[in-house]
Design a protein around this ligand. Structure first.
Ligand SMILES: Cc1cc2nc3c(=O)[nH]c(=O)nc-3n(C[C@H](O)[C@H](O)[C@H](O)COP(=O)(O)OP(=O)(O)OC[C@H]3O[C@@H](n4cnc5c(N)ncnc54)[C@H](O)[C@@H]3O)c2cc1C
Length: 356
C-alpha cells in the first residue's frame, strides 16, 4: 500500500451528514437486493454483540457467510461511499448508549473455516474464536497458542489488537495475514513483519480500512498432554484472578511502561469504585465491570475518574485499552470524555445520484 492509498482512507467528519445518511440508506437497499440471503439486521442494538452488554443500535449489522460475499458486500458499500466497521466477538469495545445511526457493521461471526496447513501451521478465518483455535492446535499436537485459549476474542480481533496474555502474544505465532483493504478493494497478504505488531496494536489498527479475513499461524510440534495441561493451568489462573462472572471488555487500560495498571489503580484505593452500574472490579482493579444496567457514560466517567486519580497520585497517565466508540470519544487531557457523536466515512465524495 503506498502513501497515496493510505491517505485515501483518512477518516474525516462528513461535510454533509444528510448526504451520508442517504448514501447509507441506498447502500442498505442495494445490499438487500444484491445479496438477499445475507444476514442483514437494521437498527441492531450493540448490547447484544458486546461482552460489556452495553450499546445502542447501529444502522446496519451484516454477517456474510464467506469471504466472497464479504468482498461483494464491501464493493457495494464502497460504491455508496460507506466505510464499514468490522466486528469480531465484541470483547474489546464500548459502544455508546445513543447508538451509531450512521454505522454499518460487518461481523465476522460466520467466517469459521479452520484447517491444518502441512504439519505445523493452521489457517483460520477471522471469525474463529481464539479458544477454538487454541483447542484445535492442542488436538493436533501444536504448541504456541496455549496463552490464547482464555482470551474471548476472535482471530481477526486478536490480530488487530495483537492480543496476548501470560507472556505470549499472537505476533509470536502469526506467520501471515490476509486482509481486504477498503479503499482499493484489493486483497493483500502481509507477512508477520509487515503487520508491524507491537504491544496491543498492529499496522491494521493504526491505519484503519483493513478488514482481516484470515490468518496463518506457524506453530511448534509439541506433546498434546503437556499443551493441554498448560492451557488448564493458565485458565485456572485467569478464573482465580479475573471477574469472569460479570460483563466487561477485559483490561480497561494498557500496561504503562514500567508499571502495572491494575496495581496503580489498586494502590490509589479505587477497587470497587462505582459510577452507576460500572465498577472497578473488586477482584481485579484492571477490569471495569458492568454490575447491571451500566451505561456507556457510566463507564466513560469511571475511566476518567480512574485516569485522573492515578495521574494525580502516581504521575502516570493511563491509556485505554478498550476501544471507545465513536472514534472521537477520547480520554485525553483529562477533559470531557465525550466530544460529539461523529462517525467516519471513507470520504465526503459526492454521490452521483440526485438528492431525494
Ligand atoms: C473477560 C475478558 C478477558 C480478556 N483477556 C484478554 C487478555 O488476556 N489479553 C488480551 O489481549 N485481551 C483480552 N481481552 C480483550 C479482547 O478479548 C481482545 O482484545 C481480543 O483480541 C478482541 O477480539 P474481538 O474479536 O472481540 O475484537 P472486537 O472487540 O470485536 O474488535 C476489536 C477491534 O478490532 C477490530 N476488528 C475486529 N475484527 C476485525 C477484523 N476481522 N478485521 C478488521 N478489524 C477487526 C474492531 O473493529 C475493533 O476495532 C479480554 C476481554 C475480556 C472480556
Amino acid at each position: 500500500m503506498d502513501e497515496r492509498e493510505k491517505n485515501e482512507i483518512k477518516t474525516e467528519a462528513p461535510e454533509d451528514p444528510e448526504r451520508c445518511r442517504r448514501n447509507l440508506e441506498k447502500a442498505i437497499a442495494a445490499v438487500r437486493e444484491t445479496l438477499p440471503g445475507m444476514t442483514l439486521l437494521e437498527n441492531e442494538p450493540m448490547s447484544r454483540h458486546s461482552s460489556f452488554r452495553i450499546g445502542g443500535p447501529v444502522r446496519a449489522y451484516a454477517a456474510p457467510e464467506d469471504v466472497s460475499s464479504l468482498s461483494h458486500l464491501c464493493s457495494i458499500l464502497k460504491e455508496h461511499h460507506i466505510a464499514p466497521m468490522m466486528l469480531g466477538n465484541g470483547t474489546n469495545i464500548l459502544f455508546p448508549d445513543e447508538g451509531l445511526p450512521e454505522l454499518f457493521i460487518i461481523s465476522t461471526e460466520k467466517l469459521q473455516r479452520m484447517f491444518l496447513l502441512g504439519e505445523d501451521a493452521i489457517y483460520a478465518e477471522a471469525g474463529v474464536s481464539l479458544s477454538k483455535l487454541a483447542s484445535f492446535a492442542q488436538q493436533n499436537g501444536l504448541a504456541g497458542l496455549e496463552f490464547a485459549s482464555g482470551i474471548p476474542g476472535s482471530v481477526g480481533g486478536g490480530a488487530i489488537m495483537n492480543a496476548g496474555a501470560y507472556g505470549g502474544e499472537l505476533k509470536d505465532a502469526i506467520e501471515s495475514v490476509v486482509c481486504l483493504y477498503v479503499p482499493d478493494q484489493r486483497l493483500y497478504e502481509l507477512s508477520n513483519e509487515q503487520c508491524a505488531f507491537s504491544y496491543r496494536t498492529s499496522l491494521f489498527k493504526k491505519m484503519g480500512g483493513c478488514l482481516v479475513l484470515s490468518v496463518v499461524f506457524k506453530l511448534a510440534k509439541g506433546d498434546g498432554e503437556a499443551i493441554s495441561a498448560k492451557m488448564r493451568e493458565l485458565n485456572e489462573r485467569r478464573r482465580d484472578k479475573q471477574p469472569l462472572d460479570l460483563p466487561s471488555a477485559g483490561s480497561a487500560f494498557k500496561r504503562p511502561e514500567g508499571f502495572y495498571a491494575a496495581a496503580l489503580i489498586d494502590e490509589c484505593g479505587l477497587k470497587g469504585y462505582t459510577v452507576g452500574g460500572a465498577q472497578v472490579s473488586e477482584k481485579h482493579a484492571g477490569f471495569v465491570v458492568n454490575t447491571g444496567g451500566a451505561t456507556s457514560h457510566d463507564v466513560y466517567e469511571l475511566m476518567m475518574h480512574v485516569r485522573s486519580t492515578v495521574y494525580e497520585q502516581k504521575g502516570v497517565a493511563l491509556e485505554p485499552e478498550i476501544i471507545l466508540l465513536p472514534p472521537d470519544y477520547r480520554l485525553e487531557d483529562f477533559g470531557p470524555a465525550v466530544r460529539g457523536n461523529r462517525v467516519s466515512f471513507v470520504s465526503a465524495a459526492e454521490d452521483d445520484a440526485p438528492a431525494q
